[in-house]
Design a protein. Structure first.
Length: 161
């Protein structure tokens, strides 16, 4: 009798997991962007950041989102800044950047490095970086929300450069 109950519980759990996966796949599919049928130009709109982030200069920030996951877990976009300016960027999500144009000198997790066109960098949620843009910088960014387990893991085992 106990063996049958255990098998039934396992089968029930498997059905719940499968049902959840099918539901999530359906929701994703129902809300995803349609495939491209032509090129689309995205205008970079001006935006402001908290004035306390700006260390020097008067940065002119512009950006646009180019794609977003239906569940909001990730966003891809373009970002640009005119310098000279130095500012602290506070990352509320994980962000991967690919510099397209210009140059950025970065201080992050106690290290200094320079991003030139073609370079990539990864910044984790909950961290801060000081960016110095000597003249101009334009990047592609991908922002992803780390899951609850990842956030807990990072609190227990902090990221080191």
């Amino acid at each position: 009798m106990a063996k049958k109950s255990l098998i039934a519980a396992g089968a029930g759990a498997a059905l719940v997991v499968a049902g959840t996966a099918v539901y999530e796949a359906g929701e994703y599919h129902a809300h995803m962007a349609p495939p491209s049928s032509e090129s689309v130009e995205r205008v970079l709109g001006r935006f402001d950041v908290d004035p306390s982030w700006v260390k020097s200069g008067t940065p002119n920030f512009r950006g646009t989102n180019t794609a977003q996951a239906p569940d909001g877990s990730s966003v891809t976009g373009l970002w640009a800044c005119d310098g000279p300016s130095t500012f602290e960027w506070q990352f509320g999500s994980d962000e991967t950047v690919h510099l397209l144009e210009g140059r950025v000198d970065v201080e992050y997790l106690g290290k200094r490095f320079t991003l030139n066109p073609g370079d990539n960098a990864v910044f984790h949620s909950g961290t801060r970086a000081v960016w110095h843009v000597p003249r101009y910088a334009k990047k592609v960014f991908v922002v992803q929300q780390p899951g609850r387990l990842v956030r807990l893991w990072r609190k227990v085992f902090p990221v080191k450069a």
